[in-house]
Ligand binder design. Sequence first.
Ligand SMILES: Cc1cc2nc3c(=O)[nH]c(=O)nc-3n(C[C@H](O)[C@H](O)[C@H](O)COP(=O)(O)OP(=O)(O)OC[C@H]3O[C@@H](n4cnc5c(N)ncnc54)[C@H](O)[C@@H]3O)c2cc1C
Length: 294
Amino acid sequence: MYPSKFEHVPVQSIDDAITALKEYDDAELIAGGQSLVPLQKTRFASPDHLIDIGNIDELQYVEAEDDAVRVGALATHTEIQQAPPIRDHVHLFSECISQIADWPVRNQGTFGGTIAEADPSGDYLPVMQVLNPDIELAGPEGERMVPFDEFYIGMFTVDMAETELVIGARIPKIETAVPDAAAVGSTYKKHAERSGDYALVGIAAIVAIDADGMVADAKLSVGAVGPLTRATEAEAAVEGTELDENALNEAAAAVREAVLPDEEGPEGEYKEAMAGEFAERALQTAYERATENL
Ligand SMILES: Cc1cc2nc3c(=O)[nH]c(=O)nc-3n(C[C@H](O)[C@H](O)[C@H](O)COP(=O)(O)OP(=O)(O)OC[C@H]3O[C@@H](n4cnc5c(N)ncnc54)[C@H](O)[C@@H]3O)c2cc1C
């Protein structure tokens, strides 16, 4: 199917984008178009105006700061994945992006579009939940910064007014996640039917250890199994342990208990079981990486 008729409104600056958002009633921003265009083609979205922010140069960057990496809203998945500060300091994000769809999607899809879309099957959400970056927004009242855990309200719902846009984020380097830890490791594990498919389960884990190899702090988030789930009971089960088999089993059981799959019956049970299994694998990998960093 073709999209319904719309007016293309290209803008060259953040201010112009805000002016256009204020001016047009039935308007949508378009960045990489990887989510919006399929929705238009299937007529799940039929905006009268498409405000095209794809050429706003000031939104295209990935740059390191002291304890964070700043990512512009128009940085593509590929640009983020390949950026040295992300590979070196936010490894799980780079690992996550490498498992999104395929090259054409990763070359077009942007950080801002993905964060604003807040698709519960998307790979970003669990990673963002464990990192809790500050999301930067701009609107008629100026700019504001919101921690991800306040920005993300629920599936497809974020704290963003109709006249605002995401302009970027300040993502903490994982070594700053637990300042007193001796070493930190992280990973993103995805379970999908075929490589490049949307996730059946997506798990982000950060594990910080002390000098004796004991888990000082763990952050674990489960995506694509019903609502985005921060697995706090599982985190507590591994903290203070050397991540032995008992701790891992307890964590997996806590994850199975915490998730609420949308599917009923065997499909839901399968996702629950896989959430436990992949959480275990993620914790193990993050722990091993932390010990390598000791
Ligand atoms: C075939 C295919 C497979 C895919 N597989 C995966 C996958 O495995 N995992 C995964 O995570 N994702 C997947 N995606 C989604 C992909 O990651 C998209 O790139 C991403 O969801 C949207 O980014 P975009 O720049 O293309 O956004 P767009 O499609 O341009 O916009 C998406 C939405 O965000 C809004 N928006 C865009 N930019 C901004 C901004 N700066 N501020 C506020 N609102 C904004 C738009 O108005 C629109 O509502 C897939 C997409 C396709 C087409």
